[in-house]
Design a protein around this ligand. Sequence first.
Ligand code: ADP
Ligand code: MG
Length: 403
Amino acid sequence: MLRTIESLGSLAGKRVLVRCDLNVPLDGDTITDDGRIRASLTTLNELIHAGARVVVLSHLGRPAGAPDAQYSLAPVAQRMSELLGKPVVFAKDSVGASARSAVDELADGDIALVENLRFNAGETASSVAERTEFATKLAALGDLFVSDGFGVVHRKQASVFELATLLPSAAGRLIEAELHVLERLTTAPQTPYTVVLGGSKVSDKLGVIEHLLPRVSSLLIGGGMMFTFLAALGHKVGSSLLEADQLDTVRGYLTEAARLGVDVVVPTDVVVAASFAADADHAVCDVAAIEDTQWGGEGIGLDIGPATAKRFSSIISDSHTVFWNGPMGVFEFANFAAGTRAVADALTRVDGLTVVGGGDSAAAVRALGFSDSSFGHISTGGGASLEFLEGKQLPGLEVLGWQ
Ligand code: ADP
Ligand code: MG
């Protein structure tokens, strides 16, 4: 049974550490999508109103285990303060003098955010001893621990796993809500059940396919990972993203899909660009002709083509359950956003449950002007939700009593 906030007893006057996933996309120090901050508010407001002294922990980006100003959480503290309508004290470190004095000065119902946890190598260390050492320093800042960073529950990291073993700990409301929806995808989902995969974390996501195949009706492949599929099918992909060492693995998936009767749908056309740039020259071409454009082997595929987008849309809108993770193209550039827009639009027409998972996927649908309410659920976790759907045990949930 997942332990929830009720299990922690009275919160008034207690220092409550809350692990959130505030890993928002930034353009300089401007937050381009504050969805993850908004998603953290339910738990934070509840703790504040209960009179806790709230200490928020998070990572941002992938700094190399040392302070790095471009990954500071300072802009997040500012935005969080606007959204909560109250001051958020920002500490310039996470376990040092600044964090300790920020926590010491909190009154009941006050809230502080400490600096990026990943400025400390202990947060993501592979050594259990190093993680435990860092988690022990974090634990000294609090009396209780609420884990609510759904986007990181698949990671065995100090603030996700070890910390939860060092203090009385429970899941926050975001994790509860995420699990509630994702369980509907794993327990007898209505068919046809379509999973749409894209994005750029290709090697992370290829692995999930093996486990998803037995569970779905159709699997649609777009984004960066489509080129590994196209290459596996014998096409040349120019300078597009490619995991060359995964070709046999992908061929294995295709064979297995055929055996299971699962429709794995690979693009038939793509948008190829002269370079990776917003204003790059580009052309739509058949997947067999990626290297036949004027850019030859330099050409780089940045979106699914219109015929593919149409096919994906029709499969999606005929489904009764759809899970989507990973943009179909480089949606940040308007010229390469059409595939992602088409998929998002098709999801809004589904009669059934639709779930969008992943930080960039969530940011994409908002950036393209879709409202959150057009989808059944927008999950804050990409990797975490995929691993959940695969049926894996997630360390950050197990440690909270989930089985
Ligand atoms: P999520 O955060 O939703 O799980 P990812 O982090 O895996 O998604 O990937 C998001 C990124 O993938 C976006 O920034 C997008 O620009 C990029 N992307 C999508 N298609 C391509 C492509 N064909 N080539 C390079 N990058 C791509
Ligand atoms: Mg991402």
